[in-house]
Design a protein around this ligand. Structure first.
Ligand code: AKB
Length: 328
């Protein structure tokens, strides 16, 4: 069949004016727990089903289901039973853990997404799945990296994310699946912890600053990476998730806010609390060195009016205010 044009996607099953019913996979991770709160506040608790393969630490504020994204039948039953319209697919192994468990990363990131995109085709779902700066590689232009450029990642995580982008675009062009993706930078949050990523140091450093005043960083002091505060990540995700299809000129966009090095964030934290940092780069240094230093997200800003609110200074101030409660 001929490819359909970008604007003629098959309409998702949500009737106009009716709240979409949303499933979040991997919802107990860094992003899922916070996005669930936001979606539930907007669309109603019962309309957002969260899911993961472990037990929530605290009671969920709406329906929660055990769901393994590798189990197609289980996923399909949930989508049908709960009349799901949109899926936010967060289940994935990140860059550092992916290098330690490549077979598992391949399985979860590739087969897990394949199940989702196949279910999206059958049940006419909108599907949002994040991509990452990790989808780029050492041959990508590292400064102001545009949306369309060389993508030859050298991590298993990056390879699975490029595959995800291409497969999502293929299902969109061939079957009209309403696939959407954003390339996230490192995300910094106070409420939830990241896990298994290369940018995780930028969250760890706050906890150590408040707990002991000392931090040993696994990246070198001059490693510059694109980063973003959780508030902006949620804002961009909501905008992309809800954007009318006509506004989307492409299915995958870079999303950027600011970039910094470990040395620069430490210096900013020191304006509030004392902090000694030692640098002991490990295997994650090679991963970071293969990624862009800054992203160009002009297209997201033009096509659907994306803008970020936080810079390094305001992010650090707010992180410390929020985390101080945990370290009296
Ligand atoms: C990671 O470090 O693996 C993630 C990412 C940038 O995708 N935070």
């Amino acid at each position: 069949p001929a490819a359909v044009s970008l604007s003629s996607v098959v309409p998702t099953s949500t009737a106009p004016g009716k709240s979409p019913r949303i499933l979040i996979t991997g919802s107990l991770g860094q992003l899922g727990s916070e996005l669930a709160k936001m979606l539930r506040a907007k669309y109603g608790k019962e309309n957002v089903v969260t899911s993961d393969i472990r037990k929530p630490d605290v009671p969920e504020d709406g329906p929660f289901k055990y769901i393994d994204v590798l189990n197609y039948q289980q996923m399909e039953a949930l989508i049908v039973d709960h009349r799901i319209d949109w899926v936010v697919h967060f289940s994935a192994l990140l860059s550092a853990i992916g290098e330690q468990q490549p077979a598992k990363a391949l399985q979860v990131n590739i087969q897990g997404f394949q199940n989702i995109v196949d279910l999206a085709k059958v049940h006419k779902l909108r599907v949002f799945c994040p991509s990452t700066i990790g989808a780029f590689g050492p041959t990508t232009p590292a400064d102001n990296t545009p949306d369309l450029t060389i993508m030859r990642p050298t991590t298993i995580y990056g390879i699975t994310k490029v595959h995800m982008e291409l497969m999502g675009e293929y299902y969109h062009n061939r079957y009209g699946v309403d696939f959407r993706s954003l390339r996230y930078p490192g995300v910094i949050s106070a409420e939830s912890l990241p896990g298994g990523g290369t940018t995780d140091y930028a969250v760890d450093i706050f906890h150590h600053a408040l707990k002991t005043g000392e931090y040993t960083c696994f990246l070198s002091e001059k490693t510059r990476l694109p980063m973003m505060y959780m508030h902006d990540c949620l804002k961009g995700t909501m905008m992309m998730l809800e954007a009318p299809n006509e506004q989307l000129k492409q299915r995958v966009y870079n999303l950027a806010a600011f970039s910094f090095t470990p040395e620069e964030i430490a210096e900013q934290i020191r304006k509030h609390v004392p902090l000694k940092v030692a640098y002991r780069p490990d295997f994650r240094q090679a991963i970071a060195d293969s990624w862009p230093r800054s992203l160009d997200d002009t297209n997201a800003r033009q096509d659907w009016q994306w803008s970020h609110d936080y810079d390094l200074k305001t992010m650090v101030g707010e992180m410390l205010t929020k985390l101080r409660r945990h370290y009296p």
